[in-house]
Write a protein that binds this ligand. Sequence first.
Ligand SMILES: Nc1ncnc2c1ncn2[C@@H]1O[C@H](COP(=O)(O)OP(=O)(O)OP(=O)(O)O)[C@@H](O)[C@H]1O
Length: 774
Amino acid sequence: MKAHSSRVGVFVRIRPTAHFSQDLIECLPDGQTVNIHHRKDSRKPQDLRKSQLNSWSFRVAGILQDVSQEELYTRVCRRVVLGALEGYNGTLMCFGQTGAGKTYTMTGSTESYKQRGIIPRAIQEAIASCEKVFQEVDKRTEHAVSVHLSYLEIYNETLVDLLSSLQGSPQLSSRSMVVVEEPGRGVFIRGLSLHPVHSVEEALNLLFEGEMNRIIGSHPLNRNSSRSHCIFTLHIESRSRTLSVAKYVTSKLNLVDLAGSERLGKTGSEGQMFKEAMYINKSLSFLEQAILALADRRRDHVPFRQSKLTHALKDSLGGNCNTVLVANIYGEAAQIEETLSTLRFASRMMCIRTNPAVNEHIDPAAQIKKLQKDVHMLKEELSFYNTLVNHPRIKYESLSEAQLAEIHNQVQRYLKGSLEEISIISILQVQAVFAQFKVAVQEQEQKVKAELSQTFNLMEKDQSANTTDRKKWNTRDTTGDVEALRPSSTKAYTKMPRDKQSSTPSKAEAFEDFKVGRGSKINRILKENKAVLLERRSFLRQLTEEYLVTEGEPDDTSLMQLRELKALYRQRYEVQCDVKAEVNYCQRLVDQCRERLLSEFENWYKKSFPVPEEELDITIDRTLEQGEDDKGLLPDSSSSESFYNAQYRMKKRRALSFTPAQTNSSASVGCYVGMAVSRLRRPCLSLRLLLYKAISSRAEVAGSGVGAASYVVGSSRRSTPRGSRHHVSSGAGSERMCQPLTAGLAGSAEAPNLTEPHKPEYPYSTTPQEILAC
Ligand SMILES: Nc1ncnc2c1ncn2[C@@H]1O[C@H](COP(=O)(O)OP(=O)(O)OP(=O)(O)O)[C@@H](O)[C@H]1O
């Protein structure tokens, strides 16, 4: 609905008179300008000479003097009436002094066809064009037009339905009528009867009926003076006959005959006439205020609701409407002040801008019909297309229960793998498939949640039991109660039937636990020994490089230099041999520590998780066979690698001639010595050489090349009381504490009690004196 701004069209109509005051009312030849010359207080002849002559000029759309009713209609009204037929609201309004010719202009003479006024002519114009439509119904013209009439009177600020006397009209009291506003519909009178008309005659009958009901009073200026404001309205609605067009257009054409203003002091009205004049003047005053507010663009509030008239004319004055005002004036000098007043009002009206627009609406019922038709058409199109592409089975209606069940079945089979793919048929089917997937996912989630909650409940119980047991275990560890070291939770495992030992940890997992728990100390020693081994290897590498440099000295040197070089070469060679021996020794210690760790773990594991021996052997053998290729089974590959490496070496060593007792005890002391050796520093090469020789001799005694001995090295070595620390001093004389080593072995049943004064209890132990003797 496009609106365009337009000014209120204002015309001035001068009532014909034989005493036209040409001196006071000057109509210029342009037909649009009227000049008023007025001398104040001109009623007093003695002041005529003294008073000053004032002039006012009013330029309007047209000055209508001595024009026929037909010309007036053509010049003033036709445009608005035709606009109404196109969907624009229109208002034609007559304003002026009592007896100035408003009713004559608006209604005209009911006795003379030629002198009929605007309303009959507008009816004729509008309904005649509609009649054409009416008559062409059978010819199926494009639009169907309907016209309804209403006739409202505002008398003493009361709304009156002038057509309520007609048969079939609702007999409502004036109080039940009210001016209301609704979005999309604008201002209208609720309770005002609307009368459909199909011909000019019908419409004129209604007009005359209403005219009969108007309140007319005999006034000094007008024998048949209208004592009320009257609004005759044509309600026009145009709809398309085509079902596909849901739009329809409405418009209202208001033909307003305002009551005449009067100067009460001048007319001398009394009684009822006076009361009516008071109401009339008051309502016209409110109209003027509204117009002033509308004309002033700085005002954001227009007092439309001050009177029924302004409220009812709200749309006509400042809204969606083509508005035309006819200002009726007298031509006589006696009414010059009222004429001036009327022209002032008219000039203010000219300042008002309205925004007429076609009133388009969407009919919901027609819209639904249109959409249904569109859907039907599109389905037909799709059906045709599907036939062309060999998909004639596709239906576009909602899926039936059976179809949904089939889709559910397909999705279930697809998820289980028994159906390779779900063939896509239509969008509806795709949506149903996705819906079924959603349902499947939700069901799966519920299932997993239920399982998890069940598992977590069990785990929480187990964890609380484990925590309690671990506390007990830690406490007992410090008291040295070896038998009690086994966690009670593992006892619980052993009590379970074999087929229910699903929570028994794998060996790899158990080994990881063992390293940080029961076997943490021996594991730590192993790590330290490894670190010493690495450090020695690195040192050996460095020496080898230096030695190679010495070997590559140039030949053209003096004898002295050669001797020095030879000495240096020998010295380096000796050192290198020493370090090599150290490396070999450290390697053995590391192996023994590892063997010890595994041995202890095996014992602990067997006790904690009893498994038939043959099954254990099979497991171990398989593990050995698989070697490092079996890492995938283990939770932590780096840790499991060391585990299986160690296990492999242990199994290899089992084939050797050592008894478990020998292995354990020698390994324990080996670890101890490893710690001692790890404290050695490069400068004490001779001491390390001694150590190496002693080791070599013991190894020879053992005859295996693997047997270890207990060596405590250092000049300051001494026995310490139980629980105190062993101080092992390196060859450089520095003392270092090795309490962790002692503590780590003290808690083991198989390990010798090294907190006791040193009493070697295994066949290959060697005292420091022996070492020094070597
Ligand atoms: N242009 C005109 N040509 C011929 N007669 C006219 C014209 N204007 C008014 N008259 C006559 O003047 C008389 C008063 O006119 P009319 O009733 O229309 O005045 P009015 O403005 O409606 O007065 P009121 O406000 O009291 O109703 C009528 O008899 C009418 O025929």
